[in-house]
Design a protein around this ligand. Structure first.
Ligand SMILES: [Zn+2]
Length: 274
């Protein structure tokens, strides 16, 4: 599933190509999605210019010159590609946004869980109302030890589920929560509210480091995620616990174990993580 680093990678790849470019045509090949694509066809997009390409949590946002924002969420397995018309349409590419100079923003979604919709923020460039409940960005200054300490007080649920709560901090999904907890030496099953200030600081640092490393590596290619140019992310080579159940911990040699939390499998080292 594309997480924050993957969406950030997509945003960075699209930015130089789409900023300042005008949409010339929209083609929806198959409007049946989690949210139907019909409104997109009626949104009067041709003629609009993209002013900015940005990311918020796991959402990709294209701000348009009429104050509206095109919001994309890749769901479980969505892929965005930027290619010319010479490449034939793939089976699950449901939307083409044509840009000037024969550039096509292609939205592929085999399982139809992705979202592509037009939103109207109160002020141009702000987050659309659809994203009002999102918590702080993990790479922003607002996400610090004090914030995590304060928000986690009284929380009796597992730390990993708390860390993956988008209303607390947005965009930390299963892979990166698992890796950050290992890096911080904290067990996923710990009660979120039991962390000391110091432990909150270690976890915040670990989350930021893991995300930065993943962005630098171009994300993680697990399941269906690909870059806009079709290349693959390299971060899976750096995974230390995720997907390594039964293998020895690279620090202490203890076999990595898994526990099921919030419906997701969670890998951890029973020796290194307290
Ligand atoms: Zn270990």
């Amino acid at each position: 599933m594309p997480e924050l680093p993957e969406v950030e990678t997509v945003a960075r790849a699209l930015r130089p190509h789409l900023t300042g470019r005008r949409i010339t045509r929209v083609e929806v090949f198959s409007p049946k999605m989690r949210e139907p694509l019909t409104p997109l066809m009626e949104a009067d997009l041709p003629g609009r210019t993209v002013l900015a390409v940005r990311r918020r949590g796991r959402y990709l946002l294209l701000d348009l010159d009429d104050g509206r924002t095109l919001l994309a969420h890749l769901g479980m397995s969505g892929v965005i590609r930027l290619e010319g018309a010479e490449v034939p349409r793939r089976k699950h590419e449901h939307v083409f946004l044509f840009f000037e100079e024969d550039l096509i923003f292609r939205f592929e979604c085999p399982r139809r869980f992705s979202v592509l919709k037009i939103c109207s923020p109160k002020c141009p460039g702000e987050d659309p109302p659809e994203l009002a409940t999102l918590g702080v960005e993990p790479l922003s200054e607002a996400f610090d030890a004090e914030y995590f300490f304060r928000r986690s007080r009284g929380r009796t649920g597992p730390l990993k589920v708390f860390l993956m709560n988008n209303e607390i901090v947005t965009g930390v999904g299963n892979i990166y929560a698992t890796e950050a907890l290992f890096a911080a030496g904290l067990r996923p099953t710990r009660q979120a509210g039991s962390l000391s200030r110091k432990e909150c600081g270690m976890l915040v640092t670990a989350v930021r480091q893991v995300l930065r490393n993943a962005i630098a590596a171009g994300g993680t290619t697990i399941h269906d995620y690909r870059h806009v140019d079709g290349s693959e992310g390299k971060f899976e080579q750096e995974l230390r616990v995720y997907g390594r159940a039964g293998q020895p911990c690279e620090v202490c040699g203890t076999p990595i174990r898994t526990v099921r939390l919030g419906g997701r499998s969670s890998a951890f080292c029973p020796h290194c993580q307290k």
